[in-house]
Write a protein that binds this ligand. Structure first.
Ligand code: C5P
Length: 288
């Protein structure tokens, strides 16, 4: 069995409308997601039993036991050849950019390759987390249902900065604080001629979880204001249930300069920059 490496990119909700609630409490969403060049890395080496080691800049507090989504995802394939997994954690946990979901999706891709079996799909994957299905093939998509109904969308690369103020926001608490759970879906998505047209369309959409998240963690409003004040920022919005926010910029150079500026003015905040879009190729399992 060869050793393989997988990339788990950050997921960004460019827009997220909450359109209803199911009887089981889960919310119905209409969201446009894209993926960032920032992400976690996972390595799978042949071993006697499934084990997980976590290191890296964001490893603190990430469990290495069976409660980690990576091991839960690997367990979906049942008994068989095992792997020692190393997770290099670069994305902040519980931050609205799907780090745990993307790690689980990466583990599903890697284990399918290791065992030479088809990629897991269906309800078992959704049960790992509502964001796991969209992370399996990290390309831009419109996501509906609780996140499991996927329609591919063509997006131009969007120069972006991601910023997390290092507060953890619990997703259930944000949904609970949401007043209206029956909002209009997103507008129909046109074919975008360029990034400017896409950003103009996005400006007319929303993240319905932003206001309740700001109420729970007011520092999110500071992040959005800091992004909006940076030269070349065309749109600032929160991703998922927060607290990570993204700024979309007029160019890659403006985004890079903005992140550099933030690293100086607010060094305690986590940040990354790069174009949002299709990360499927980067995420594909690679033999090393
Ligand atoms: O599926 P996941 O474990 O990521 O969801 C965490 C929590 O977020 C759920 O228990 C639920 O409270 C909330 N959630 C929701 N509607 C969704 C996704 C998540 O209410 N579509």
């Amino acid at each position: 069995m060869p050793e393989i490496e997988v990339f788990a990119p950050a997921k960004v909700n460019l827009a997220l409308h909450v359109t209803g609630q199911r009887a089981d409490g889960y919310h119905l969403l209409d969201s446009l997601v894209a993926f960032a060049p920032a992400g976690d890395r996972l390595r799978f080496a042949p071993a006697e039993a499934m084990v997980l080691k976590v290191s890296g800049p964001e490893a603190r507090g990430v469990p290495e036991g069976p409660e980690n989504l990576v091991l839960k995802a690997a367990a979906l394939y049942g008994p068989g050849p095992a792997a020692a997994i190393h997770l290099d954690k670069c994305l902040p946990a519980a931050s609205g950019i799907g780090g745990g979901s993307s790690d689980a999706a990466a583990a599903l891709r890697a284990m399918a390759r290791l065992r030479a079996v088809p990629l897991a799909t269906g309800p078992a994957v959704v049960n790992l987390g509502a964001d796991v299905p969209m992370c399996l093939d990290p390309r831009p998509a419109r996501t509906r249902g609780i996140g499991e109904e996927l329609t591919p969308v063509r997006l131009p690369p969007l120069p972006a900065v991601l910023v997390n103020p290092r507060v953890e926001v619990a997703t259930p608490a944000v949904f609970k604080a949401l007043v209206c759970k029956d909002n209009a879906p997103m507008d129909e998505i046109p074919a975008f001629a360029d990034a400017a047209a896409c950003i103009a369309w996005l400006a007319r959409q929303r993240n319905d979880l932003q206001a309740p998240a700001v109420a729970l963690a007011p520092v999110i409003a500071e992040v959005l204001a800091a992004l909006e004040a940076l030269p070349g920022c065309l749109l600032a919005r929160m991703s998922g249930s927060g607290a990570t926010c993204f700024g979309l910029f007029e160019s890659d150079a403006a985004a890079a300069a903005a992140q550099e500026r933030l690293a100086t003015t607010t060094p305690a905040w986590w940040s990354a920059h790069g174009p949002l879009g299709d990360q499927a190729e980067a995420a594909a399992p690679r033999f090393i």
